[in-house]
Design a protein around this ligand. Structure first.
Ligand SMILES: Cc1cc2nc3c(=O)[nH]c(=O)nc-3n(C[C@H](O)[C@H](O)[C@H](O)COP(=O)(O)OP(=O)(O)OC[C@H]3O[C@@H](n4cnc5c(N)ncnc54)[C@H](O)[C@@H]3O)c2cc1C
Length: 307
C-alpha cells in the first residue's frame, strides 16, 4: 500500500517522504522519517490519527525537537509537525491565544509587547508551545501551565477544549502524554510593564548563556535529577566532564548536557549516556533516568542497571 500517496490525497497540508529529521532537532541528530506531514487544519490531524490507527503505523509528533534523541535509523512511521499549520497568535484583553506550533520565544515576546506578564521567565526554553504544554516545561520559578486558561487538543478523533484543571499538569508532566495532539492554548495574563519584563527576560537569558552550552547542538538536560541530588553534580563527581565518544561530548560547561561537537551520531550520545549511568551507579548506587525522549530505537538502547 502506498501510504505516502494516500496521505497526500487525504490531507490539505503537505506530505513528504524520506525526510532527514536531524534538522528538526536541537541535537542535529537523527535518520530519516519514512513519511513527514505538516497538517494544515484540525481535520487533517484527525485524518492522520484515523489513518495511522487503521493501518497500524507509528506516529510521532515533533515540536522543536528540543527534548528528543532520534535514532540513526530514523523513524519508521509518520512524523507530524504542526509548526506551519498551527502558528497563530492573538490577544484579546487579558487572553492570549496561541497555536501549538509557535515557538516559546515568539510567544513570550508577543505577550510582553502586548503589555502582559507571567511567562517572561520561559523565553529561553527552545520549545514550541505544543511541546512546552505536553511537558509542562518550566524554569526560573515558572511553568508553562501557570497562567493557562485552557488547551484545545485532538483526543482520539475529536477536537476538545480542556480547562487547566482538566489537563493533569504536574512537574514536567501533562495529561496529554498518551496520544493527544495539542492544537492551541489560551493564557490568561496580568498587566505588566514591557520594559521591566524585557529586563527580566534578558537577565534569565544571560544566566542561561553563562551556565549552559547553548552555542552547541544539545537536547537540554539529558537525565532527570534524582532528587535531592543533581545529575550534573553526580556526573561531574564521576570525573566525566569533557569526556568524548565519537562526535559527542559531556559538556565541560554543564555535566548534564551532552553536546554534538562534530557530526555526532545517536549511538555516540547513547554510549555517553550509558557510561554516565554506569559510573554514577558504581560510585553512588543512584540510577540516572533519561529526561530526553528516545525516538525510533527498535530496542531500548539504555543498558539496564539493578534498582
Ligand atoms: C538548550 C536547552 C535548554 C532547555 N531548557 C529547558 C528548561 O529550562 N526547562 C524545561 O522544562 N525544558 C528545557 N529544555 C527541554 C525542552 O525544551 C522541553 O522539554 C520542551 O518542552 C520540548 O518542546 P519541543 O517543542 O521541542 O518538543 P519536542 O522535543 O519536539 O517533543 C517533546 C515531546 O512533546 C511532544 N509534542 C510536541 N508537540 C506536541 C503537540 N503539539 N501535541 C502533542 N505532543 C507534542 C512530542 O511528541 C514529544 O513527545 C531545554 C532544551 C534545550 C535544548
Amino acid at each position: 500500500m502506498d501510504h505516502f500517496r494516500n496521505l497526500t490525497d487525504l490531507l490539505t497540508g503537505t506530505t513528504r517522504k524520506d525526510v532527514a529529521l536531524a534538522p528538526f532537532t536541537t541535537f542535529r541528530i537523527g535518520g530519516l522519517a519514512k513519511i513527514y506531514v505538516e497538517p494544515a487544519t484540525a481535520e487533517d490531524v484527525i485524518a492522520i490519527k484515523q489513518y495511522v490507527k487503521q493501518h497500524h503505523i507509528p506516529l510521532f509528533i515533533i515540536g522543536n525537537g528540543s527534548n528528543v534523541l532520534i535514532s540513526d535509523e530514523g523513524f519508521d512511521g509518520i512524523v507530524m509537525n504542526l509548526e506551519t499549520g498551527f502558528n497563530s497568535l492573538a490577544c484579546d484583553e487579558h487572553i492570549v491565544t496561541v497555536g501549538s506550533g509557535v515557538r516559546m520565544a515568539t510567544f513570550v515576546d508577543f505577550v510582553i509587547r502586548n503589555g502582559f506578564q507571567g511567562v517572561e521567565m520561559l523565553a529561553g526554553i527552545p520549545a514550541t508551545i505544543g511541546g512546552a504544554i505536553w511537558m509542562n516545561a518550566g524554569c526560573y520559578g515558572g511553568e508553562t501551565s501557570d497562567h493557562l486558561l485552557d488547551v484545545t487538543i485532538i483526543r482520539d478523533f475529536s477536537r476538545v477544549t480542556l480547562t487547566k484543571d482538566e489537563c493533569g499538569f504536574r512537574y514536567r508532566h501533562s495529561g496529554f502524554q498518551k496520544d493527544d495532539v495539542v492544537l492551541s492554548a489560551r493564557f490568561m495574563l496580568d498587566i505588566g510593564d514591557p520594559s521591566a519584563l524585557r529586563e527580566i527576560k534578558l537577565k534569565h537569558l544571560k544566566h542561561r548563556n553563562d551556565v549552559q552550552p547553548v552555542h552547541l547542538p544539545n537536547c537540554g538536560s539529558v537525565f532527570k535529577n534524582p532528587k535531592p541530588r543533581f545529575s550534573a553534580e553526580l556526573i561531574e563527581q564521576a570525573g566525566l566532564k569533557g569526556t568524548r565518544i565519537g562526535g559527542a561530548q559531556i559538556s565541560p560547561k554543564h555535566a548534564n548536557f551532552i553536546v554534538n561537537i562534530d557530526h555526532a551520531s545517536a549511538s555516540d550520545i547513547i554510549a555517553l549516556m550509558n557510561l554516565a549511568r554506569k559510573q554514577v551507579f558504581d560510585e553512588h548506587h543512584i540510577v540516572l533516568e533519561p529526561e530526553v525522549q528516545l525516538i525510533g530505537f527498535v530496542n531500548d538502547p539504555i543498558v539496564k542497571l539493578p534498582n
